[in-house]
Design a protein. Structure first.
Ligand SMILES: [Zn+2]
Length: 303
């Protein structure tokens, strides 16, 4: 349902592209379909098509060609970087830092996740480091800055402890190890921090569920990045998966029912049902919540 008030005040090319990027960010995911865009956007697809010629052309103009499957990434970086303002490039750098969950990024992160390459950034800002500094992504001298990853891991720990979304003040109590200020200074408000956490969970799930990358056209093969390792074949269980399994299991051990919210000292773990060492996949259907006692009693035995 769209409302008149939600319409953009400004229909310049830049405003439309900014709106497209905003919707893409909310939608998350490795692909942005017209349907998905319509769900999140305040402007119609027709407006974009009329302005930019086609849906892929609109995505390309917004620096989002990686969200449209049929555009080769080798062509995207050069042409797109020229159409992007300094602010847009810096936003893209920040977006990649959020995806990788670190307070700084390297050229490889850009190659894997950005719509433009490190070269384009060096051309514009002199060096990648200079761009990172503008994006506020270089460690400052003023005290320790927590990484997104640490903030999210801590949030998951406290969330599991209470079996519900923690309150802001609870972040200053055990078992929290990162204080509430770290969250509000990083995300602005506590609500936005929770929102960022949920986005991160969704991104993890998306990565695990997306089908393996297939290169469509032989001649582009050399230009495409190497196919990523299937997330299901990694032993490490991503934060988003751990959260999803814990929530599905109501933050309780599925074998004995132990819950940290009811009993102090209970630690919950997310466990491979069919052991990873025996070929079990890291996917939601093969994961479950166990307390430490049940987890240790199990070893790599298959039940
Ligand atoms: Zn148990």
């Amino acid at each position: 349902m769209k409302f008149e008030l939600d319409r953009l005040a400004d229909y310049s090319d830049d405003a439309l592209l900014a709106e497209l990027r905003r919707a893409a960010e909310i939608a998350g995911g490795s692909k942005l379909t017209v349907a998905e865009f319509s769900k999140h956007s305040n402007v119609g697809v027709t407006t974009l098509r009329r302005r930019f010629g086609s849906w892929p052309a609109a995505l390309e103009s917004a620096g989002l060609s990686h969200l449209y499957n049929n555009i080769a990434p080798a062509t995207k970086s050069r042409t797109l970087a020229r159409t992007m303002s300094d602010d847009q490039i810096i936003d893209e750098v920040r977006r990649v830092a959020r995806i990788v969950g670190r307070s700084s990024i390297v050229a490889e992160d850009l190659r894997l996740h950005a719509c433009i390459g490190a070269d384009a950034i060096r051309n514009r800002f002199g060096s990648l480091k200079a761009a990172l500094r503008i994006a506020g992504l270089v460690e400052t001298a003023h005290g320790r800055r927590y990484l997104d990853e640490e903030c999210f891991e801590n949030l998951l720990r406290v969330w599991t402890h209470y079996g519900r979304p923690p309150k802001h003040r609870e972040m200053s109590l055990s078992p929290s190890e990162v204080g509430p200020k770290a969250y509000t200074s990083r995300w602005g408000t506590w609500n936005k921090a929770l929102h960022a956490f949920v986005e991160r969970v969704n991104a993890d799930i998306q990565d695990v569920q997306s089908t393996p990358f297939v290169v469509p056209i032989e001649k582009y093969r050399a230009q495409w990045p190497a196919a990523p390792v299937d997330e299901r074949d990694k032993r490490d269980i991503r934060l988003g998966l751990r959260y999803t399994v814990l929530k599905r299991d109501h933050f309780k051990c599925v074998l004995c029912g132990a819950s940290p919210a009811l009993t102090t000292g209970i630690q919950l773990h997310v466990d491979h049902i069919f052991p990873f060492s025996k070929g079990g996949k890291t996917e939601i259907s093969n994961l479950r919540t166990l307390c430490e006692a049940c987890n240790l009693g199990k070893g790599a035995r298959i039940e």
